[in-house]
Design a binder for this molecule. Structure first.
Ligand code: NAD
Ligand code: TYD
Length: 354
C-alpha cells in the first residue's frame, strides 16, 4: 500500500493512473480538491478496489495520523502543493500554508508513524518528496545546468515555499532519521495539465481563437519533461533511491517559451487547420512580463541516469505531439474545467498584463 498526496492534480493523477494500471499494490490518494484538483481525471478508477480517495487537507494532523495508522502504507509520496508561480505572486498565503506548514504536518505524522513500526517495515518505509528545479533560482545563458549540489536561490513565493519544504524534509532525515527521498524536476507537460500553465493555456486559447499571451520577450528558457517520464522517474527513485539523497529529473529539452508557442501553433495548423486558413501564430500577443521572472532553468539529470538507470523515453517532439492530440481528443475536459473561478483567475492575471 502506498499513500499519495495531491493525486487529483496534474502530475499526481498521471502517477495514480499509471500506478493502478501497472501494479497490483493498492494506493490511497489524499487530496484537498483545491481549484487544481480534479476528480474527473480519475473517474476510470471509481470502482477499482485497489484505489481509495480521501478528501482532506495536509494541514489536518489528526486526519493524517488516522489515515497512516489505518492503512499502514510502506511509502508516502508527497505531490500536494500550491504550484502556480503567477498565483503565488498574487496571493502567497496558501503557498505558505500548504507547501510549508502542510509538508511540516505530513513529516511529523509520517515520522511518528514510522518510529513505531516494527522491523522490517521500518527499514522499508520511504517518504518521497516531489519538488521542483525552481528552488535553484535562475541561470544565465552560459551557466551549467543545475546539479543536486547547486545552492538554493529561490526567487518567487512559490519556489521559496518549495525550497522551505525541501529543507524541512532534509532536516527530518538528518535529525530524526526519517528515510526521505527528494526529487527536483523540471517543467512537466502532458495530459490533465491545468490550463493556467504555459502549454495547456496556449493549446486551449489557440482553439478558442483567443490571444496567446507571451510574457516579456518570450526568450525565457525552461527544460521540458513529458509527465509520464516524470512518473517513471519517481517510481525508480522510490524503489531504488538512497534515503537522504536528492535526485534531479529533467528532459534534456531546453526551449524558449516562444519556440514552445510556435511549435504548438504549427502542430495545430496541421491537425486542426482553421476554416479561414489563417495560422494560429497570428494569435500570439506579447504582454507585460512576470515580476521577478526567472530567465532560464536547466537540469543536469546525469545522477539519476548513472545511479538509477533512468532516462526519459519521450523527446520533446513526440511528447508535445501526444499532448496536443490529447487536448484535441478531450474537449469536454477543457469545458468542465473552465468554471467561474477559472475565468476569474484568467481575467485577473491577464488584465494586469495588458
Ligand atoms: P497541481 O497544482 O496540478 O496539483 C496539486 C494538487 O494538490 C491538487 O490536486 C490539489 O487539490 C492538491 N492540494 C493542494 N493543496 C492541498 C492541501 N493543503 N492538502 C491536500 N491536497 C492539496 O500540481 P502539479 O503540477 O501536479 O505538481 C505536483 C507536485 O510536483 C508539486 O509539489 C509541484 O511543486 C511539483 N512539481 C511540479 C512541476 C510542474 O511542471 N507542474 C515540476 C516539478 C515539480
Ligand atoms: P509556467 O507554465 O507558469 O511554469 P513556470 O513558471 O513554473 O516555469 O510558465 C512557463 C513559462 O512560460 C514561464 O517562463 C512563464 C511563461 N508564460 C508565458 O509566457 N505566458 C503565460 O501565459 C504563462 C502562463 C506562462
Amino acid at each position: 500500500m502506498i499513500f499519495v498526496t495531491g493525486g487529483a492534480g496534474f502530475i499526481g493523477s498521471n502517477f495514480v493512473l499509471d500506478w493502478i494500471e501497472q501494479f497490483d499494490e493498492p494506493l490511497i490518494n489524499l487530496d484537498k480538491l483545491t481549484y487544481a484538483g480534479n476528480l474527473e481525471n480519475l473517474t476510470s478508477l471509481q470502482n477499482n478496489p485497489r484505489y481509495t480517495f480521501i478528501q482532506g487537507d495536509l494541514g489536518d494532523r489528526e486526519l493524517l495520523d488516522r489515515l497512516l495508522n489505518q492503512y499502514k502504507p510502506r511509502a508516502v509520496l508527497h505531490f500536494a502543493a500550491e504550484s502556480h508561480v503567477d498565483r503565488s505572486i498574487h496571493g502567497p498565503e496558501d503557498f505558505i500554508q500548504t507547501n510549508i506548514i502542510g509538508t511540516f504536518r505530513l513529516l511529523e505524522s509520517a515520522c511518528t508513524f514510522w518510529r513505531y513500526l516494527d522491523q522490517p517495515e521500518k527499514s522499508r518505509f520511504r517518504f518521497l518528496h516531489v519538488s521542483t528545479d525552481e528552488v535553484y533560482g535562475t541561470l544565465s545563458k552560459t551557466d551549467l545546468p543545475f546539479t543536486e549540489v547547486n545552492p538554493y536561490q529561490p526567487n518567487s513565493p512559490y519556489s521559496a515555499s518549495k525550497a522551505a519544504s525541501d529543507h524541512l524534509v532534509r532536516a527530518w532525515h538528518h535529525t530524526y532519521g526519517l528515510p526521505v527521498l527528494t526529487t527536483n524536476c523540471s517543467n512537466n507537460y502532458g495530459p490533465y495539465h491545468f490550463p493556467e500553465k504555459l502549454i495547456p493555456l496556449m493549446i486551449v486559447n489557440a482553439l478558442a481563437g483567443k490571444a496567446l499571451p507571451v510574457y516579456g520577450d518570450g526568450l525565457q528558457v525552461r527544460d521540458w519533461l513529458y509527465v509520464k517520464d516524470h512518473c517513471k522517474a519517481i517510481h525508480r527513485v522510490l524503489e531504488s533511491g538512497k534515503p537522504g539523497e536528492t535526485y534531479n529529473i529533467g528532459g534534456w529539452n531546453e526551449k524558449t517559451n516562444i519556440e514552445i508557442v510556435r511549435t504548438i501553433c504549427s502542430i495545430l495548423d496541421r491537425l486542426r487547420p482553421k476554416v479561414d486558413n489563417s495560422r494560429y501564430d497570428a494569435q500570439i500577443s506579447y504582454v507585460a512580463d512576470r515580476p521577478g521572472h526567472d530567465r532560464r532553468y536547466a537540469i543536469d539529470a546525469s545522477k539519476i541516469e548513472r545511479e538509477l538507470g533512468w532516462r526519459p523515453d519521450e523527446t520533446f517532439e513526440t511528447g508535445i505531439l501526444k499532448t496536443v492530440e490529447w487536448y484535441l481528443a478531450h474537449p469536454e475536459w477543457i469545458v468542465n474545467i473552465q468554471n467561474g473561478s477559472y475565468r476569474n483567475w484568467i481575467n485577473k492575471n491577464y488584465e494586469a498584463r495588458s
